[in-house]
Design a protein around this ligand. Structure first.
Ligand SMILES: [Zn+2]
Ligand SMILES: [Zn+2]
Length: 526
């Protein structure tokens, strides 16, 4: 009798009265009280929407870190008269700022990927809006809105929840599934809000938009210091993306509401102290946005008709520039396919996989029976390498300048899982990525030949905005293939120094140009 009773008691203890704490595996905390305290500390329930104003900087994500001393994404023109209204109830965010026109590609927001080859920004006032799954850009007050592609719309929508109030509101939504853990953070030199001595913090992780795992670091004062997630990027895969806020930057708005005025934003990991050739951008946006207004959000953000109707087809246009040499255009960036006796060589794999697969299909249509054996990569700006993995997927060897090798091997052409937007290489990894014939690295000169055809790839000596730049020359056809050098004296000097006999420039941006026109344009612009 007594034996039966005691075993009954033991069972009841194990399964009968579980407390929240007992259900959690080791290492985890109950997120509910942490979220509750954080929401109370900054008055989440009292803030429906917010407008923040001030001035900010923007990093050109995907442009190259500059030589030696510079450890960051290059800074773009300053964003002045910055103003952003986020309305979490409506799912809208509108950002506007002034930026010097003529220098940046139109439709480039901040830190969201530099798109070279698109028209330049024409007016000072720039507006970027998102409403649900639709996003658009307006270059100058009164100009026609330009629809942003769906991946931008999703990222801008996500970004709206990556601030203290947004995060805590998202944490209360269905499907957020909060989980929490703890760590001691040491006094890191760089982290905003870092203390000199170690501090115990809680990290709460939630799911946003049904897809993104977002975590917030909450300190002993119940303030959110860092909100971190990953976003899909054609070059880097699941890319680090985070906003940081210092304790001191929280401004008291009355009604129990506090909102951070100091913003600091990262894209990519902080690789400041790695070798120069490794992609090392980090700071992508930051500013003092100290003019903060609560609950002033009666203006509805209506999606323009043109944006509702917009679609984004992939178009590939084909121009045969010489026998067996095709310019594959139809977008902001071209690829060039060159047929040799036994194989095809392609110069440039720009933008993303969607683009590259369409270009590859067209090449297969043009030349069905030869492998795409080599992919010549001109330089490492991200808008020029988003399709490198796709060419590796179809079996091409990547030819690039040796200064790009570390970055590509470590960060781009790897087996790292891509969970947010798996590409061909992630879905169907080839065998022996590390041992296969994946790279040819060029120092100064490199030749490809086969049959009648030959091609000379050469290194263009240091340029102000990019290191490791290659151009390709077809001596028989007198064609020079270049990227981003169409107004460059460096290109003229390079061609003269190497004694290349060029008749036509076939560019990665735009249409072919006669060499004589290029030289004339340089002279008149002097
Ligand atoms: Zn470019
Ligand atoms: Zn470039």
């Amino acid at each position: 009798m007594s034996t039966r009773l005691s075993s009954f008691v033991v069972v009841a203890t194990l399964i009968g009265v579980p407390s929240a704490a007992q259900e959690l595996p080791p290492g985890y905390l109950d997120p509910a009280p942490v979220l509750q305290a954080a929401a109370e500390a900054i008055g989440v329930a009292n803030l429906r929407c917010v407008t923040i104003s001030g001035s900010a900087y923007a990093g050109m994500v995907g442009q190259q870190r500059l030589n030696g001393y510079e450890v960051d994404w290059p800074r773009g023109e300053r964003l002045t008269n910055f103003r952003r209204t986020m309305n979490w109830e409506a799912g809208t965010s509108v950002e506007a700022f002034d930026r010097e026109p003529g220098l940046n590609p139109a439709s480039w927001k901040w830190g969201l990927g530099w798109r070279g080859g698109t028209p330049l920004q024409r007016n000072s006032r720039q507006l970027f809006a998102v409403n649900g799954t639709h996003a658009w850009h307006v270059d100058g007050q009164g100009s026609a809105p330009v629809a942003a592609p769906p991946e931008d719309a999703e990222r801008w929508q996500l970004d709206m929840w990556l601030n203290p109030h947004g995060f805590l509101k998202a944490a209360m939504m269905p499907g957020a599934d909060p989980r929490a853990t703890w760590r001691w953070e040491l006094g890191e030199m760089g982290r905003d809000g870092a203390t000199v001595s170690p501090e115990k913090v809680t990290i709460v992780s939630i799911t946003v938009l049904g897809k993104y795992r977002v975590d917030a670091t909450i300190n002993s004062e119940n303030l959110l210091q860092r909100i971190h997630t990953w976003v899909p990027d054609p070059v880097l895969g699941d890319m680090n993306y985070e906003h940081e806020f210092t304790n001191a930057s929280y401004v008291d708005l009355g009604d129990g509401i506090r909102f951070p005025a100091g913003w600091h934003h990262h894209q990519g990991w902080d690789d400041n102290y790695q070798a120069q050739s490794v992609n090392a951008g980090h700071n992508a946006f930051g500013g003092t946005l100290a003019d903060i207004r609560a609950n002033d959000c009666d203006d509805p953000v209506t999606v323009p008709d043109a944006v509702l109707r917009a679609d984004f087809p992939v178009e590939v246009t084909t121009l045969e520039v010489a026998d067996g040499v095709w310019l594959l255009g139809g977008s902001s960036h071209n690829s060039v396919a060159i047929e040799f006796d036994d194989y095809i060589t392609v110069v440039e794999a720009p933008l993303d996989e969607r683009r590259s697969l369409a270009v590859i299909d067209e090449i297969v249509r043009l030349v069905p029976d030869k492998p795409i054996r080599f992919l010549i990569n001109t330089h490492q700006h991200h808008d020029h390498i988003g399709g490198l993995r796709t060419y590796m997927h179809v079996g091409a060897t990547i030819v690039t300048h040796w200064k790009n090798y570390e970055f590509y091997t470590r960060d781009v052409l790897n087996y790292a899982p891509r969970t947010l937007a798996p590409d061909m290489l992630a879905l169907w990894p080839p065998t022996e990525l590390a041992e296969g014939y994946q790279y040819e690295t060029v120092r100064e000169n490199y030749w490809l030949s086969g049959g009648e055809r030959s091609m000379h790839v050469s290194y263009v000596h240091p340029l102000p905005h990019v290191e490791g730049m290659l151009v390709a020359y077809l001596p028989n056809e007198k064609i020079l293939i270049e990227a981003d050098l169409s107004d460059s004296r460096t290109l003229l000097g390079h061609v003269q120094r190497l004694g290349l006999d060029v008749e036509t420039i076939v560019p990665i941006h735009g249409l072919p140009v006669a060499w004589s026109d290029f030289v004339e344009q340089l002279d008149s612009g002097r």
